[in-house]
Design a protein around this ligand. Structure first.
Ligand code: UGA
Length: 438
């Protein structure tokens, strides 16, 4: 077991730090954001991530997990340093690596013993080389270090489980010594025979982008099939189910919806495209996935406006679900942003409800009304649109809803409602790829 520092306490860093301590390592989570560290030290979790608090609490109790703003000292005190800071989208779609590089500088300045420097953040292919040269530039002695690329495959909302029981671990490195140390870092998984892919740094970096972009493609494909299903009167759910029965296709990521969002697919597809342009190696499939996704978000708006007869001015619409998917409070690139903005652009009024994401959406739309339950949000509205597949919307009482709304119009962009019930209650409705009624 190892002494580890994880730099960055966002979704990736905090889940990784907590998970690594759960594997028996001694972990310091370091971040320059004092308010975050203060919260963590007080036993609070700054993000909504199911199961994370339990893992953090039990490892603090076992003295395996601690938090600090003193990044330099944490680096000096550890043998393995994970970089888990943010890599937001830059001006031209490329990943903004300024924080990663500043962390590399700090690591270089504090390299006092042999260390493994391991990147978890999603970084463009070739970043490993840059991190190595920055550390070499700033280190003040001949002390050796090894670089490892260890991309994360964590889904928000299921990140703890994805970390503790992963499908695979990818280790990109050049020295045998670093592979051995990383095996020790992931000892319980190594013993459990979790697949571990040993490769070089650029292959590991590529695996991450190739995986995310593939999932984004798959999703855009089923969204386009859903749109065609509408035109021919087919049911996309049955199409997807039968497709998924083919092991070569697999049933995962075939659920149509309002278009992907979040901090990963939109950013990673653009970053891969930016790399492909730079290297003059076209990625037409990724271009198509990005365009399809943007169209899907607009298509949802058109669906709502069609249902309402294009009379939006002065009308009130309840938007149920604000996060980019269920089980997260993250609203980054959420399809609901496009929906809300489009309603406001037409002088419509938005009443919003989400079980956990309202505070984050308030930063984007401070002036719309937010409600603490769906019943209040739908009260006396002209239409309802479901944007996130929260379980509570799956179980929505349509009889109660119909009594509360002014007009029984509902757009279900997640296909969570029963078409049979909508028909029998005489709702005017639409969904994604399931216009067929029998
Ligand atoms: C994604 C990947 O799934 C993770 O493996 C990866 O580690 C992560 O990005 C990352 O790079 O950090 P995440 O963005 O949290 O994880 O969310 P997903 O569950 O993959 O969903 C992405 C988007 O696709 C959401 O908007 C979701 O609603 C949508 N989606 C997903 C569908 O509309 N239908 C599906 O069948 C699946």
């Amino acid at each position: 077991m190892k002494n580890i520092t994880v730099i960055g306490t966002g979704y990736v860093g905090l889940v990784s730090g907590a998970g690594l301590s759960d594997f028996g390592n001694q972990v310091i989570c370091a971040d320059i954001d004092e308010s975050k560290i203060r919260l963590l030290k007080a036993g609070k979790i700054p993000i909504f991530e199911p199961g994370l608090k339990e893992v953090v609490d039990r490892n603090i109790k076992s003295n395996r997990l601690s938090f600090t703003t003193d990044v330099s000292k944490a680096v000096r005190d550890s043998e393995v340093i994970f970089i888990g800071v943010g890599t937001p989208e830059g001006k031209n779609g490329e990943a903004d690596l300024s924080v990663v590089f500043s962390v590399a500088e700090t690591i270089g300045n504090n390299l006092n013993t042999y260390k493994i420097i391991c990147t978890k953040s999603t970084v463009p292919i070739g970043t490993g080389e840059k991190i190595i040269s920055i550390i070499n530039k700033y280190k003040k002695n001949d002390i050796d270090f090894d670089y490892v690329s260890n991309p994360e495959f964590l889904r928000e909302g299921a990140a703890v489980q994805d970390f503790l029981i992963p499908n695979r671990i990818v280790l990109g490195a050049t020295s045998e010594k670093s592979f051995r140390i990383m095996q020790d870092v992931y000892r319980p998984l190594y013993i459990n025979e979790t697949p571990i892919v040993y490769t070089n740094v650029s292959t590991a970096e590529m695996i991450k982008y190739a995986s995310n972009a593939f999932l984004a493609l798959k999703l855009s494909y089923i969204n386009e099939i859903a749109n065609l299903c509408e035109a021919v009167g087919a049911d996309v759910h049955i199409v997807a189910k039968a497709m998924g029965n083919d092991g070569r296709i697999s049933p995962k990521f075939l659920h149509p919806g309002p278009g992907f969002g979040g901090s990963c697919f939109p950013k990673d597809t653009k970053a891969l495209l930016s790399l492909s342009k730079e290297l003059n190696e076209p990625m037409n499939t990724v271009v198509a996935a990005i365009a399809t996704n943007a169209r899907q978000k607009v298509r949802m708006v058109d669906k709502l406006f069609n249902l309402m007869g294009d009379e939006i001015k002065g009308k009130t619409i309840a938007v149920l679900g604000l996060s980019f998917k269920q089980m997260t409070d993250d609203v980054r690139e959420s399809a609901s942003i496009k929906m809300i903005q489009s309603i406001l652009d037409k002088d419509g009024i938005v009443k919003a409800y989400d079980p956990v994401a309202s505070d984050n959406m308030k930063m984007i739309f401070p002036d719309i009304e937010y409600y603490s339950n769906w019943q209040e949000a739908v009260n006396n509205v002209d239409a309802v649109v479901i944007m996130t597949e929260w379980h509570e919307f799956r179980g929505l009482d349509l009889v109660e809803l119909k009594q509360l709304v002014k007009t029984p119009i509902i757009l279900d962009t997640r296909n969570v409602l029963s078409i049979k019930d909508l028909v029998s209650l005489d709702f005017k409705f639409d969904n994604v790829g399931r216009r067929v009624l029998k």
